[in-house]
Each structure stands twice: as C-alpha cells, then as structure tokens.
Design a protein around this ligand. Structure first.
Ligand SMILES: [Zn+2]
Length: 594
C-alpha cells in the first residue's frame, strides 16, 4: 500500500469507528459475476455474509471495508455466484430411494452387459434373503443392443440368485420379472390382464416376464414399504443429490409421516442441508371430508412444522397437495381435457386420427368439493399445490380459485398449479389475474418419447403445438416457478434449464427427437433463473428471506463453474456447481473451488 493510500485507509477506518464501525463479515466473495435476481436482475462484483445473512452486495471496494482479521475472503476469479436453487415440486424420498436401488443408469446395454450389471448388484447385497425382491431401476428398455433384442424372464433366470427380481424401465411403462418374480406375483396362464395393463405372453399363453402399465402393480404392490433405516438412507441420498445440484430449498410435493420423520432425524444429526417444505395429500377418496382431510394435515403440521424460516435449515408443513387429474400422455390418457383425445381409426400403416369419445376422467375434485376444500385450507392458512395436467383440470381449478379470491380468506392464499402440460389459451391471462403460480418442469418441453411418442398423435397438430406452454404463460404475465418432479426424470436442474431455454433434447437423444418442441421460443434465460429461485421461493412463502442475493436475506447461494448467461445454450446442461451455501454455511464444495 502506498503511503497516501495508507493514510486514506486510516482516515476511513477512523471515520467508520467514529460512526460505529460495521462489524466485520464472516465471509467475503469478491471478483465475481454476482447475479442477484433482485428487482432489476442486477449484476454485482462482491458479496459479504455475517451470521448466515447477506450484509453487503456491491463492488469489491465496498466489500473490503467489511474485512476483519477473521474474515474469510473468497476470490471468485470472475465466476458466477447466484441464489441457491429452489425446487418447487419434487419427491425427494422416492428420488433418494431410487439412488440406492440397483440402477442401470439409463444406459444402452447388450444382454450380457444387462445381466452382468444386475449380477453385480446381487453379489454386492449379501444380507438379503431368498424372498427379498431385488429392485432394478432406470432400465433403458428401448435402448437395448442390438436393436430389437428381446429380454424375458429367461434373461434374468440365467443369473445366480434365488431372489425375485423386478427391472423397471426408465419410462415407467414396463417392468421385467424373473420366473421367481412371476411366481411370487401369482401370475398364471389364466391370470387376466388388469384394467389399463398387459401381461405380455408367449405363443403358448405363458407370461414372458414383461408387465406393461397397470400390470406392473401386480409385482410393485408386493414390494415392502421402506424400513426406518431405508427411509433415513433415502433422505440422506436425496439431500446429497440436492447439494450437488445447488438446491437450497425444496418442496416435497406429496409427503408422508415416515418421510418427515426421516428428515427430522437427519436435522437432529445436523445433516439437513436444504430448507425442507412438505405438502400433505388431501384425498377425499376414502371417505374423508374436506374438514377431516384438513384436520389430518394440521395434525401432521403440528407434529413436524418448525415455524418460520430461520438461518439454519428447518422443516415447514404449510402446503396441501391435491390431484385434479392424472397424465395426458399415452397410454394413460388420465388428463382431464376440454376436447377429446384423438384415436386412430385407420391402421398403423395408414393412420387416420379422429376425435375419440374420451376427454379423460371427471376431475378428481368436483367444483363444489374443491371449493369447500380450498376454503378450509385458506382458513387454516395452508397453500394448495394442485396437480393439473390437462386443460380442463387447469380451467376448473382456476374457476374455483376465482371464487375463492372473492372471499377474505381466499385473498391471502398462494395457490400453485403444478405441471400445466396443456392450457387453453383463453386461460393464459388468468394465472396473472388470479395470482396463481404455474409450477413447471422445463425439461418436459422437448421432443422425447413422452411428447413425440405419447402426445403428438393423440393431441392433434393444433393442441400439440401448444403443449408445455412455458413462454405463453410467461408472456401472459404469470409468475412462473420451476419444479423438477424428480424422480420422474433424473435430478438434473441444469439440463432442465437448458431445455427451458432451447426446447430441444440432449444432442445424443436420437434423430427422432431432433429439433424443437412446438413453434414457441424458449424461456429467456433471466426468466428461467427467476423461476428456479425467487419465484419458487414465493410459492414456499420464503421470498422475503431467500431466492435472491440482497442485503438482509439468508446467504443461500451457489458458485458455478461457468457463466449461465454467457455460455452457448447447449452448454447450460454442463454447468457444475462448485459450492453450495445454505444460511452462510458451505454444505457442498467441488474440486476446483478453493
Ligand atoms: Zn409430482
């Protein structure tokens, strides 16, 4: 330091102490591309943290004034620092437990490779008895090599084990059993196909081991529920996966007491590394009334909710999950639609797609029962998180919310409509007008088996052009939030953001999935980031303390290995998180971050 600068610094320090010097920061990040998600999406250079909160955002010089003897100074070397990701809809427990299963990792495998991978799982698990199911997940059934090769029970019977085996396809529509599995599931030659499912049979009529759609339940229903230890391991695995992705808050969009118990236990061990929110299911199917269902939710809230957000991650139970319909894709067609699904009245070679008879099921809540339920929830200050896939489910939910908004309790409600895979254009502006947040899974907005294969023909060209209406809702003024719906897809928020921006599949997805989905543009990058930070935080009533990097907010933030805003579109999928910070505490650090 030159003599003059030194004197200047001394004068400044004197001035500061004369007015009460600011307490030094615990940590200072400097020389960064600090993307704040503040009101103007401003980009700053430096940020300082004290006691888990952000005490300064601005330039290096300003941050330097908060440096004390014990302050840790991190030189970002130009790297991007941004708010931690907020995942507004996921299923951490099933996601976590799948990470613990025997996984084929969505890979293209030959039959010998397929067998070797599963044998390795069997050999590793020496503690399970002969009756315990081996569950194998993430099988890329369509990607078996060479093309068209068959897999049957015999493929699995060749393995050295007495255990029943179930191999689940990554698309979720089929599962393969070994002979012990077929036997255990009591599937005989005369066993009829269940409604909505198919037992694949050979020419003699015997089950080959492949079960399609609802038939999978014949084996799935036999799998024992997770034990306490397995639940704990699943939440642990889920949190580890979240830290690595940069997720600092999440909503479990359909929880149960076992899951919340596991997260509570982890928290007691100091291992809760993300702000955990839980939505309890409201289901009027089994004789429950809106009143009794909400009372049950409040009972679970009383047991597990830990009050408002604080510096250390905690648990909150202030959401209800409701299902208005199922899924719009083939072969389920359980999405509630305004117009009928199309059916092929021609042949496979010469298709002739016409309007069929079905618009999907009646919504799972009638208008009256939805209104009563939302009223009860509003009185209890619980926010509804409603699954809506088809455009009729969307409209009917908006209709009821509109009525609720006219009541005093309904004004304060923060309703979220999850998925919104197809929305009638007349309803686009209603999201903003009624202040309803669409919670979208950006990664679904690409050509893929579940769009090109399972939607295109059944929707017809006009509706297919409008599926996954992310940018339409944005342009109509909606507050878009993001939710991964993990483990429907692998947990990969950066790939999801790349799809959100491009509406294209991964480059190696195959020729049939090249190009964009529909004619709409992708989301602007800033809007995509806002959806997965501040807007998702809004749905958790946490936007005052998280979701952006602003003074006074909690230091929930991530450092990226490359700049989301300056790299080419495709490269967004390759972003790696170098450091994840929750409440000022580093919970994840990759190699390459000092
Ligand atoms: Zn979900």
């Amino acid at each position: 330091m030159s003599g003059k600068a030194c004197i200047a610094a001394l004068i400044m320090m004197a001035a500061a102490s004369a007015h009460g010097a600011p307490a030094p920061a615990d940590t200072i990040y400097r020389n960064g591309y600090v993307y704040t998600v503040d009101a103007t999406d401003s980009v700053q250079q430096a940020l300082a943290v004290r006691k888990g909160r952000i005490v300064y955002v601005g330039d290096n010089a300003g941050a330097a004034r908060l440096a004390g003897k014990a302050t840790k100074v991190i030189d970002l070397q130009g790297r991007m620092l941004m708010p931690g990701l907020v995942d507004g809809h996921m299923h951490p427990q099933s996601g976590g437990s799948r990470l613990l299963n025997c996984s084929l990792d969505y890979q293209n495998l030959t039959v010998p490779q397929f067998q070797a991978r599963i044998q390795a799982c069997i050999d590793k698990d020496t503690r399970s008895g002969a009756e315990r199911w081996l569950v194998v997940v993430n099988w890329f059934q369509q990607g078996m090599l060479p093309d068209g090769v068959e897999t049957t029970a015999a493929t699995l019977d060749a393995l050295k084990t007495d255990r029943p085996i179930i191999v689940r396809s990554s698309f979720g529509h089929s599962a393969l059993l070994n002979s012990k599995g077929i036997h255990t599931a009591k599937i005989m030659r005369d066993t009829p196909d269940p409604a909505g499912g198919k037992i694949v049979r050979d020419t003699k009529g015997d089950a080959t081991g492949l079960l399609e759609d609802a038939a999978q339940d014949m084996a799935m229903n036999l799998l024992p529920p997770l034990t306490v230890a397995e639940n704990l391991a699943a939440s642990k695995a889920a949190l580890a996966a979240m830290r690595k992705q940069g997720i600092t808050s999440f909503l479990d969009a359909y929880t149960d007491p076992e899951t919340m118990t596991a997260f509570t236990d982890l928290q007691k061990q100091g291992k809760l590394t993300a702000r955990a929110h839980f939505a309890v299911l409201i289901d009027l199917d089994k004789g429950a009334t809106p009143q009794s269902a909400v009372a049950e939710l409040l009972k679970q809230q009383k047991q597990f909710d830990q009050g408002p957000t604080r510096v250390a991650p905690s648990m909150q139970v202030r959401h209800a999950k409701l299902f208005m319909d199922g899924v719009i894709s083939a072969p389920a067609f359980t999405g509630a639609m305004l117009e009928p699904y199309l059916v092929n009245k021609g042949t496979a070679e010469k298709p002739d797609w016409r309007h069929g008879d079905s618009t999907g099921p009646a919504s799972y809540f009638t208008q009256a029962s939805l209104k009563t339920t939302l009223t009860e929830l509003a009185k209890a200050r619980i926010d509804p998180h409603i699954h809506v896939d088809g455009d009729r489910a969307v409209r009917e939910s908006l209709d009821v919310i509109e009525q609720l908004r006219a009541t005093p309790a309904g004004k304060a409600m923060r309703p979220a409509l999850a998925h919104d895979e197809i929305v009638d254009p007349a309803d686009y502006p209603r999201f903003a007008k009624l202040d309803v947040t669409p919670v979208l899974s950006f990664q679904w907005g690409k050509p893929a088996p579940d769009t090109v294969g399972a939607l295109k023909d059944y929707m017809g060209p006009a509706r297919y052009a409008l599926v996954e209406p992310h940018v339409q809702l944005l342009d109509a003024g909606a507050r878009i939030a993001y939710g991964s719906d993990w483990p429907v897809d692998p947990l990969d928020e950066w790939f999801a953001l790349k799809v959100g921006v491009t509406r294209t599949a991964a480059p190696d997805a195959g020729k049939e999935y090249a190009g964009r989905l529909g004619s709409q543009p992708g989301m602007p990058r800033a809007a995509a980031l806002r959806a997965i930070t501040l807007n998702a935080a809004y749905t958790l009533r946490q936007e005052a303390s998280t979701g952006s990097l602003e003074v006074g907010k909690l230091a929930d933030m991530i450092v990226l290995d490359r700049n989301f805003f300056t790299i080419p579109d495709e490269d967004i999928a390759n972003i790696k998180v170098l450091q994840t910070v929750v409440g000022g505490k580093i919970v994840y650090q990759a190699e390459g971050m000092r």
